[in-house]
Design a protein around this ligand. Structure first.
Ligand SMILES: [Zn+2]
Length: 100
């Protein structure tokens, strides 16, 4: 999961998340389909402790991540999130059918 990577990986976080070939491709708006598996199940990912909006796109089918901003900005925001911690047990249960 993204939260685990941000918490545990040191060094360049962005290169651990986004496939290297995609690091120069920025999708300012949600891609209509995944460049890899062509699924239309693309969601925005917000990262606690970083930019207070969608920072990355994720394909829910193949779980690849894609950039919304350039790699330098995204890396800076991910590094800002490294000091944050949360307890998943405090989040409460939300059935997937109620996701928005
Ligand atoms: Zn995909």
């Amino acid at each position: 999961m993204l939260e685990d990577l941000v918490d545990k990986i040191s060094g360049k976080l962005i290169s651990q998340l986004v496939i290297k070939d995609d690091l120069d491709t920025v999708y300012k708006r949600r891609p209509h389909s995944c460049p890899h598996c062509h699924s239309s199940e693309i969601v925005g990912i917000e990262v606690m402790g970083s930019f207070e909006d969608i920072l990355l796109w994720e394909c829910e089918s193949c779980e690849d991540y894609f950039l919304k901003f350039d790699k330098v900005y995204t890396e800076k925001e991910l590094q800002c999130a490294k000091g944050y911690w949360t307890n998943i047990n405090d989040w409460g249960y939300c059935p997937k059918s109620q996701y928005n």
